[in-house]
Write a protein that binds this ligand. Structure first.
Ligand SMILES: [Zn+2]
Length: 357
């Protein structure tokens, strides 16, 4: 009997030892993590506070701004405002977004027009709203926002600069961009615009980062699409930002190819024209290509020697509110279902911007 018990005890000890080994092996192999906060294993969105997975995201705004400085590239050290003043002005609006069900916000101000990732991170931590920033350059408005090196460097070198931001973070902050943002004017792309798009394509191929392009008109959008096709990149990787500047037939043609149609600048004054554009996409079964945003934000203005932050439309609309308060109720009245509203406000932005592991 005693002999039997001893054997059983020995067996038990062997089992415990094996179990300990198994746990150690799982920890070392990475199957079990000791960290409380695990990074997402599947598709994700890269925010200024790190990767977030795609589960349980609420409504999303795919094209907004916080602060934008229209002074021009490489003229004055940035930012020209005090971050505390900016936080006081902007934080209540982000907290309100969180309260009405928004979880995530794409901040589309590129480098050299006032991108301020430290401010974005502070605002994100204080409001609980996730914010995504970008890499890339903006060539619209007569190249006013391009640094000198954008003229002299090759698309490969420019892509390397942006890739460094993606790999290591922006300007030593460790904050990584979640998409590529470009800006082009009207008509077919000129040589510089095409070079910047080629740089974006190079980085897209390496990183999967989506290409969102502020685009002057439908002709410019078609030109971007053709360059992307020639490079062998799928149309779903192109986001036509400010597609409201094009015509219905141009939007439908590119949406049918798979391009994302981003109608930004929703405001109460122009609400009927936005409803019309959305209705036409719906009639053509293309709601699955639609993104909507306000394109709101604050402009950094020097007013008699004082730097002030002025809302883009000088306060005509409360920033970031019109879609929730005016547009969506109008769409519901027109018979848009909850499924269609969720598609526009949540599913489409996730599909447009999510990254594969
Ligand atoms: Zn914008």
């Amino acid at each position: 009997m005693r002999h039997f018990l001893l054997n059983e005890e020995k067996q038990m000890r062997v089992h415990i030892r094996l179990f300990k080994f198994l746990i150690l092996f799982l920890i070392l192999s990475g199957s079990i993590s000791l960290r409380a906060q695990e990074e997402p294993k599947g598709a994700f969105i890269m925010t200024v506070t790190g990767k977030v997975d795609l589960e349980n995201l609420g409504s999303i705004l795919p094209h907004e701004h916080v602060t934008t400085d229209f002074l021009g590239a490489e003229i004055a050290p940035q930012p020209r405002y005090s971050r505390d003043v900016a936080i006081t002005a902007i934080l209540p609006h982000l907290k309100n977004l969180k309260k009405i069900g928004y979880s995530l916000f794409f901040e589309c101000t590129p480098n050299y027009i006032g991108r301020d990732v430290k401010l974005l991170k502070a605002l994100s931590e204080l409001s609980g709203l996730k914010i995504v920033t970008n890499t890339g350059y903006y060539a619209a408005v007569n190249k006013k926002f391009l640094p000198k090196h954008a003229y002299t460097e090759s698309s490969e070198t420019l892509a390397e600069r942006w890739e460094k931001e993606w790999q290591e973070g922006i300007e030593g902050t460790g904050i990584r961009p979640g998409f590529i943002k470009l800006g082009v004017g009207k008509g077919p792309l000129d040589a510089i615009e095409e070079k910047l798009l080629n740089a974006a394509i190079l980085l897209h191929k390496k990183s999967g980062l989506q290409m969102a392009m502020h685009t002057g008109d439908g002709e410019a959008a078609l030109s971007e699409y053709q360059i992307i096709m020639k490079a062998g990149v799928d149309a779903e990787n192109m986001i036509w930002v400010h597609a409201q500047n094009g015509k219905d037939e141009e939007r439908l043609a590119l949406a049918k190819k798979g391009v994302w149609i981003s109608l930004d600048g929703v405001s109460s004054e122009k609400i009927d024209s936005y409803i019309n554009m959305i209705r036409i996409l719906k009639e053509n079964q293309l709601l699955s290509r639609l993104l909507i945003s306000h394109d709101n934000g604050w402009s950094v203005e020097d007013e008699n020697g004082t730097i002030n932050l002025i809302p883009f439309d000088r306060g005509k609309n409360v920033p970031y509110q019109t879609i929730h308060e005016v547009l969506l109720p109008r769409l519901q009245k027109l018979g848009f279902t909850k499924v269609e509203i969720d598609l526009i406000t949540t599913e489409n932005p996730i599909k447009a911007y999510s990254l594969k592991p």
